[in-house]
Design a protein around this ligand. Structure first.
Ligand SMILES: *[C@@H]1O[C@H](CO)[C@@H](O)[C@H](O)[C@H]1NC(C)=O
Ligand SMILES: [Zn+2]
Length: 542
């Protein structure tokens, strides 16, 4: 007792001195600063540069691929159930709702992600499949290219392939979304404009190397030209990150040397509910890393950064009609949005965050008639809560099962353990045991969950319903300006135009600079577009 208090004595005295000295020091420094500011340099250059500094801007554009209004209702109720929250508890996104967006493509009322992203990136309507090209297949200048050309730093963060439609439309120009090998080349700077992207974090490594490449990059490279773009990128000065341990060395963005190419999976990063944290970072960690690295890189610049963050796999859960995977994808996105907002609130730089979807996927309905008689007014979030893995994960497990009692494996490991379904019927188990097509098994499992939760789906594709627009700025005048232009119902292209105007970009001039990009498929090497798109939602990564 006595010892402790004796040792405590001098420390208290020291703290006492600090308590007096620190405030005095701060007052003196503040005074000095005010005094210095009264005497600007006589040529006015100090005033000019401080004006310039106040115009520094960061733009973070969020895309929730395939997330419609129903996804939000579902996720909100799911979260209330899972965390025992009040019935008026809402998501972070809900607090920033400002309007809705019309999503049609130039050639169809129902858009795909390529035309949807090109509408944002180039601020024009194009056809389904178009990546950074207009409806005449002429390359169009994008927000990301315009931002880079005027001095911004740029980045792309996704959970699917970095060469997929949404990131591709901001950083490449090709006639069809399936030309992902060519998209990868352009993203690394192999086109007339040279390198425009400073940071990429996501999946899609497969389009950057081939099956003949050195095994140190992995074993699932699929480039048709046999090239190893990762090796070339490293020679050209990119930092390459290929797994979780290398990602952790980035220290959430504090230890990044740009340009950064972080390819964390050959295809997709697993759904958040299946994600092994030892193996893959969350979208939130990816987003914090990107924002911190770009903020650090632009710290002494009078230009900020343009960053695209995509919750890519909300769309995949929609295509697969998997409601329990979808609500977790939306929650993972909501956390990433909140993290970005927290960083903006701590930053001096005027930052705008705009979030919207390219389209809705699945025709999701938060109710479903499961009997012939007039339906009850219910749906059951506990069914989604009790499911421990996605249909994608479970169907892969069934396909990989090597034992000799498949039926019991399906009953006990898959249905009871993974999905927490105990009221399965014989014909359901028989179907799952007999069926060898993994896509059909996946669809069956997801339907078993949806049916029991009384959740409806009208399609495995996209729908034409309007999607929500969300926005936030850390500066009031910037938020007022966003509301002036984007409050209410708008075409998706207006969201792109708004960001171009905000960054003072001339996309017509940028378009002239990219016109000569090689963009058409080379007949011998491009896969047939239709067959690939048909299989798109079922893409099997096993
Ligand atoms: C920072 O990154 C370098 C590689 O670029 C790595 O060698 C180093 O270990 C990292 N530092 C930390 C603290 O992770
Ligand atoms: Zn889709």
């Amino acid at each position: 007792m006595t010892n402790t208090s004796k040792r405590g004595q001098p420390r208290r005295a020291f703290h006492g001195t600090l308590r007096f000295v620190l405030p005095t020091l701060i007052v003196i420094l503040l005074g000095l600063n005010l005094w210095v500011q009264q005497f600007p340099l006589s040529d006015g250059s100090e005033l000019l540069s401080s004006n310039k500094h106040s115009k520094k801007k960061n733009v973070i554009f969020f895309v929730t691929d395939g997330m419609g209004p129903t996804s939000l209702s579902l996720t909100r109720s799911f979260r209330q159930y899972a965390h025992d929250l009040a019935i008026d508890d809402i998501l972070t996104l809900d607090k920033h709702l400002i309007g809705s967006s019309r999503t049609r493509a130039s050639d169809s009322l129902v858009t795909d992600s390529a035309a949807g992203a090109t509408a944002f990136a180039c601020a024009l309507k194009s056809y389904n499949g178009a990546i950074g090209v207009n409806s005449d297949k002429v390359p169009c200048g994008t927000l990301l290219e315009g931002a880079k050309l005027s001095g911004y730093h740029t980045g792309l963060v996704v959970t699917t392939r970095i060469t997929d439609a949404t990131p591709g439309s901001f950083s490449a120009h090709v006639d069809f979304r399936t030309q992902e090998d060519l998209i990868a080349e352009q993203q690394l700077g192999d086109y007339p404009l040279g390198r425009q992207v400073d940071l990429m974090i996501g999946g899609g490594r497969t389009h950057f190397y081939s099956s003949q490449s050195d095994r140190k990059y992995g074993s699932r490279g699929s480039r048709r030209d046999g090239r190893n773009l990762i090796e070339k990128a490293e020679k050209d000065g990119w930092s390459y990150v290929g797994d979780r341990s290398q990602f952790d060395q980035l220290q959430l963005g504090q230890n990044v040397s740009l340009p950064l190419l972080a390819l964390l999976a050959d295809y997709d990063i697993p759904f958040d509910m299946d994600r092994d944290e030892e193996e893959y970072p969350s979208l939130e960690e990816q987003t914090i890393t990107a924002i911190t690295a770009l903020s650090e890189a632009t710290k002494d610049s009078d230009k900020g950064f343009f960053l695209l963050v995509e919750g890519s796999r909300i769309d995949h859960a929609g295509h697969q009609n998997d409601p329990s995977a979808q609500v977790r994808e939306v929650l993972a996105f909501d956390r990433a949005f909140q993290a970005a907002k927290d960083l903006a609130d701590r930053s001096e730089v005027e930052t705008i965050m705009i979030s919207t979807s390219d389209h809705e996927t699945g025709g999701l309905a938060a109710s479903r008639q499961v009997t012939k008689s007039y339906p009850e007014y219910v749906w059951y979030p506990e069914v989604l809560y009790n499911a421990r893995h996605s249909g994608e994960y479970c169907s892969k497990q069934i396909a990989n099962y090597k034992g000799d009692d498949k039926k019991n494996f399906i009953k006990h490991e898959i249905l009871e353990q993974n999905l927490h379904i105990t009221d399965y019927r014989d014909e359901e188990v028989d179907f799952l045991t007999r069926e060898n097509n993994r896509n059909a098994v996946q669809d069956k499992l997801n339907d078993m969950i949806s049916f029991r939760a009384q959740i409806g789906w009208s399609t495995h594709g996209h729908s034409a319903v309007d999607v929500n627009i969300y926005a936030y700025s850390n500066k009031k005048h910037a938020m007022d300006d966003i509301l002036k232009h984007l409050q209410g119902n708008h075409a998706n292209t207006e969201i792109g135009s708004y960001m171009a105007g905000y960054m003072d970009l001339d996309l017509v001039q940028v378009s002239k600079k990219v016109r000569d990009t090689r963009h058409s498929p080379d007949k011998s090497s491009a896969p047939g577009i239709n067959s690939v798109i048909d299989e798109y939602y079922h893409r099997i990564n096993a």
